[in-house]
Design a protein around this ligand. Structure first.
Ligand SMILES: [Zn+2]
Length: 296
């Protein structure tokens, strides 16, 4: 009798293992299919050695950044601008291994370091600029220099995309509604006036937004898309249904070289895939933060 039960259990285990593998295989295949219609976007800030007093999340040294670009090249990635990504998605092309590299705040090292490296690898970058800081040198625990309109114009001429990071960089969900037009509309005019082309994208400072922000951006037809701070991937569904809630994740220099960019990319794909299956990225992000805080 016991022998018989053991045999049945063994058979059940084998069946479960086979089913498990098949299920796993199906998920893997489904995940790979998802990647054909999903574009991750990665976020950088300053491409420099970290000045004293700066948080490590803001700086990736140029040699590490070049390692990241080499990694993308060697793994067959195509790097396009955010606007190009929306066009590819709308055309329903296979976007497997297509990625967007974005740079926030407009630090001058984006021009002196990131721009030449991107060109060296045949990649395009997307740069989100704070309207009131263009060309300025500020002193915040050391000297911070921002790109000038001339530099931005040159980058644009050479295939880079320039976008808005609002006028003041205050988190949009926290400012008074009557200041929203200035933060959102003003960069459109300013950049056109100073550089002679219309921008089409905006990245929200600190990823902060709410319904009033989305409604305000929706008033201006020049804006085609906006980046939230929600991790995940960008798909045709997002472009069509929520163009001002594009997904992206930050790349941080944790001293692990290419593992840092690989991790950010996998986070985008995984969050995007789960969101595609109906699990919200906001919820996942909260769970992840909770797990990280709970398990040290
Ligand atoms: Zn910023």
């Amino acid at each position: 009798m016991i022998k018989c039960i053991c045999r049945i259990l063994k058979i059940l285990l084998v069946v479960a293992a086979v089913c498990g593998m098949a299920y796993h295989g199906r998920i893997k295949e489904d995940f790979e299919n998802y990647k054909m219609r999903a574009v991750p976007a990665l976020m950088y800030h300053s491409i420099s050695k970290r000045p004293a007093g700066w948080t490590e999340d803001l700086c990736v040294p140029p040699e590490v950044f070049e390692e990241h670009l080499k990694y993308l090249k060697e793994h067959g990635y195509t790097v396009v601008t955010a606007r190009q990504a929306t066009i590819l998605l709308k055309s329903r092309q296979n976007v497997m291994n297509t990625v967007v590299l974005t740079f926030d705040d407009g630090y001058v090292d984006n021009y002196t370091q990131a721009f030449p490296l991107l060109k060296k690898y045949g990649f395009s970058g997307t740069f989100y600029i704070i309207g009131k800081d263009v060309g300025k040198t500020l002193d915040r625990n050391g000297t911070i220099q921002y790109m000038s309109f001339e530099q931005l114009k040159e980058m644009h001429r050479q295939g880079m995309e320039i976008g808005s990071h609002t006028m003041s960089h205050d988190p949009l969900a926290t400012i008074k509604p009557n200041y929203l037009p200035w933060e959102i509309y003003q960069p459109l005019n300013l950049f056109y006036e100073k550089m002679g082309f219309w921008i089409s994208g905006i990245a929200f400072p600190n990823g902060s937004f709410n319904d009033a922000v989305i409604a305000e951006i929706g008033k201006y037809v020049k804006y085609e898309y906006g980046f939230s701070g929600v991790p995940g991937c960008n798909t045709l569904k997002l472009v069509q249904e929520r163009p001002f809630e594009f997904r992206r994740a930050g790349v941080y220099d944790r001293g692990r070289g290419t593992k840092d960019i690989d991790r950010a990319l996998q986070k985008c794909y995984l969050f995007g895939y789960l969101e595609d299956k109906g699990i919200s990225a906001e919820f996942l992000d909260k769970v992840l933060t909770f797990v990280q805080e709970t398990i040290h």
